[in-house]
Design a protein around this ligand. Sequence first.
Ligand SMILES: Cc1cc2nc3c(=O)[nH]c(=O)nc-3n(C[C@H](O)[C@H](O)[C@H](O)COP(=O)(O)OP(=O)(O)OC[C@H]3O[C@@H](n4cnc5c(N)ncnc54)[C@H](O)[C@@H]3O)c2cc1C
Length: 499
Amino acid sequence: MKLDADVIVVGAGPSGAMVAGEIALSGASVIAVERRTDNVESRAGTILPRVLELLDARGIADRFIARMSEIRPFPFRPTHIYAGLKYVNWQNIGSRYGFTLGLPQNHSEDLLLAWAIEKGVDVRHGHAFTGLTQHDDHVEAHIKDDAGADLTLRARYLVGADGGRSAVRQALDLAFDGRAGTFTGIVADAEIAAPWPAGHFGTDNVNGWLRGFPFDKDVTRFNMVHRDSMKIAKDQPITVEEVRRNLNDIAGEDFGVRSLRWSSRYDDTMRCVGQLRDNRVFLVGESARIHYPASGVGMNFCLQDAFNLGWKLGAVVRGEAPDSVLDTYQSERMPVIRRLLDSVRGQCALQFNFTEEGVALKRTMESVHLPGPAFNRRLGLELNGIDVPYAIGDGQHALAGRPVVDLDLVLPHGRLTRVGELLRRQQFLLIDLTGSAAFDRLLTRSPKLSVVKAIASRRTADTANLTTMLVRPDAYVGWASDEVVDATTLEPELNRWLS
Ligand SMILES: Cc1cc2nc3c(=O)[nH]c(=O)nc-3n(C[C@H](O)[C@H](O)[C@H](O)COP(=O)(O)OP(=O)(O)OC[C@H]3O[C@@H](n4cnc5c(N)ncnc54)[C@H](O)[C@@H]3O)c2cc1C
């Protein structure tokens, strides 16, 4: 059977572009089919520290920062809202990227797709997925192109990255359990009379919640949930008068809103699949769950799904990893997705209680609890989707299954580097901080493994006694030790991940 590609990715939004790029980076061939032929409105507008770390691990974080800097000087925010409350301070989470990058989703998609194409992905716009057939050794995707022609593409695996109404999920007939929406909010991208003053504006009271901030060139974004208009159905048109009225009610002014470039009602419908894989087909991003966009983090979780699956699928297709690695996509990402949905439920309960009691609770949260560094850090990890470690195995080091600390390293010949920089080729890194020859025989163990002898020039409290660490291509710690160990100790760990 002649295959068209190793992997077909359906949908080239954020999740699709990221997973396709990651698979292609491994050397596998990828076709991405996308039904759209144009760029669309931006729902998301934020890239969070953990995703910046992942982009950095591929050497492209600076592209995202540079793009936003073209739109607005100094597009960095050292803080982030949680349930609309002020503020989570990113300094508490210990990331090299201690800021939110405010970048409209269409720019993020554009940059991710350009990178995926650079890595060799064959992107076919105007191609809509209509169905699939699974076979023992391959999967067929049925496609309709924008000229109305039907075609069939064959690949070893298929990834559904086609968003909340996923046709892939429906073709698999997977249950999408949850509940319908209970309220609506409004996102309004507005032209306003005078330039928006620097920074974000946020307020809430018994009339509702509002956030206003500069978004794209000459566009100010307002997110709002108004006590009365939250009962309006999602499909009801939004007028500029409704937006002005809501702004006046909640903030006491209409910010000089003249017209709306784009607006939409969104709701808190919450649904999720029970499984992320059906035989040769995987789901990433919103094809697997939908939820209220609490604190503007949803896309960041979708990108992390894609980053978790991409290298694994690529390595299995290339025969560089055992098939069992693919099962870890479900076992690692599903707990994170469930935790996300719980977080969203909790945030909505707090944020959209506009009674006097609810407002009093929010003020207590802001003045008493949020300023505490430990609590603040906890919420920061939650927003980044890294408060749940990946279950890597019993009796492991505390760092195993956690995002790798981007340690500054000095290599034996004196070059300064760091973990994020060494990950660029999507390698496993076996970092030996003792300088011994213990791992020399692993130098040729696998094309996916790099053995790195180095000194950590600065350590964190978590890594104070670390001697050896196996870092996965997705910037997670696969295994670590504070003891002096040899290559034999590491063999079972390497066999788990590498053929
Ligand atoms: C109001 C609002 C504000 C938000 N703000 C933020 C924010 O600030 N930060 C954040 O992180 N997240 C935010 N989000 C969430 C974010 O927009 C989503 O999480 C993200 O778009 C999901 O990405 P995805 O690639 O999984 O799906 P999508 O973005 O939906 O992409 C799916 C792609 O698949 C394509 N497709 C669909 N069907 C087919 C088919 N049959 N064949 C071929 N292609 C197909 C679509 O055209 C699309 O390009 C917000 C959401 C909303 C509603």
